[in-house]
Design a protein around this ligand. Sequence first.
Ligand code: RET
Length: 259
Amino acid sequence: MTELPVLTIGQYQIVYNGLSFAFAAMGASFIFFLFARTQVPEKYKSALLVSALVVVIAAYHYFRIFESFAGSYAISGSVYEPSGEPFNDGYRYIDWLLTVPLLLVEAVAALGLSREKSSSLIGRLSIAAVLMIALGYPGEITSEFGPRFGWGFASTLPFIYILWVLWGELGDAVKGESDELRKLFRNLRLLLLGTWGVYPIAYMIPMFGLTGAWAFVGVQVGYTLADVLAKPGFGLLIYAIVREKARLDSGAPAAAAGD
Ligand code: RET
């Protein structure tokens, strides 16, 4: 269980509002993906359904993390002190265990590969994802440098494997595609690297010698922002890819800018 530092009112509110923002973003994007699903041809509907599942699972977990955080602190004079109730950070890891394999399914589906190639990729990537998360958790719940570094390092190996495989596949997928699709896939690649890369950085904050309140706030805000970009943000890009693919399938002219 994460040891809780005393927080100033400002620090408490940064975490509180960040968690509340993530809950709202996940809930709203759930509704968006459900409606967007009705706007795309049959063969692309499953990608939108997976996006909707990812954000609704996350909305539930953010609600639980938010409640757990609020319960684990009590105001005392002009600061927030730990109330004695533990803050359950495990919800994040449970959430990742469910949503990371789903995000990988979503990314592979967008590549439009053959069925055999897709299921082999999803199998390998999901195993790596489960290893990455399971190996990261023991390090997360300690602030001691040695174990945090060791578990974090072990978790980084499957992490690099996932990025390496997806980076290559996303690169191959664009060969021979339209300019618009190439641009969308390039953005997807950058979003993947830019957001997934934030998790290990947030994890390392307590290892940079940062301790106490700001380290706690930094880890929470880092994971929360990365989650909003990696789930609703990623889903939106997949939606844009699917719409472009559907347009190309139907032979319709390119949408005007701002459409
Ligand atoms: C940990 C432990 C330290 C080393 C590494 C980690 C990576 C975590 C990642 C999580 C991604 C989560 C996503 C969630 C979205 O739904 C576990 C922090 C490398 C990459 C994408």
